[in-house]
Design a protein around this ligand. Structure first.
Ligand code: ZN
Length: 137
């Protein structure tokens, strides 16, 4: 059911300050920068082999990313698992007793359909299910 780790989400205070580490030190190609209003974040995607790194900068103090940084500082926020048929996967998770933050998928960066699992159901890890409908990668 899981195709691969699609991306790792990392909470940062400032894309501008963080990007040079990824582009100049690690030499990862920058794929896109996008504002996702629904989540009050600005995201940058970098290609790291088959997986991507998603840097998330809050655009508002109400952003869950802002609250995350306030509580825990910058760092790894979530791991995104690439799946097909995300609605079926959500149903399957719920049948297996997994608590979902998103009981239905919603649109994330890059037009992907995403749904977060509750970290209490996954030993403290925030997992995102992520489906790229009609998109490659
Ligand atoms: Zn993500």
């Amino acid at each position: 059911m899981i195709k691969k780790v699609d991306h790792i989400g990392i909470a940062v205070k400032s894309l501008e300050n963080t990007l040079p580490f990824y582009t100049d030190v690690l030499n990862l190609p920058l794929l896109a920068i996008e504002v996702v209003d629904s989540q009050k974040v600005k995201v940058a995607f970098l290609q790291a082999g088959q997986t991507k790194i998603e840097l998330l900068e809050p655009t508002s103090e109400e952003s869950t990313i802002a609250k995350f940084i306030e509580k825990r500082g910058e760092g790894i926020h979530h791991v995104a698992l690439g799946v097909d048929s995300i609605e079926e996967r959500i149903t399957e998770m719920k049948e297996k007793g997994i608590r979902m933050i998103d009981e239905q998928s919603r649109l994330g960066a890059g037009g992907a359909h995403i749904a977060f699992m509750h970290p209490k159901s996954a030993s403290g890890v925030l997992y995102e299910l992520c489906e790229k409908k009609g998109m490659k990668g």
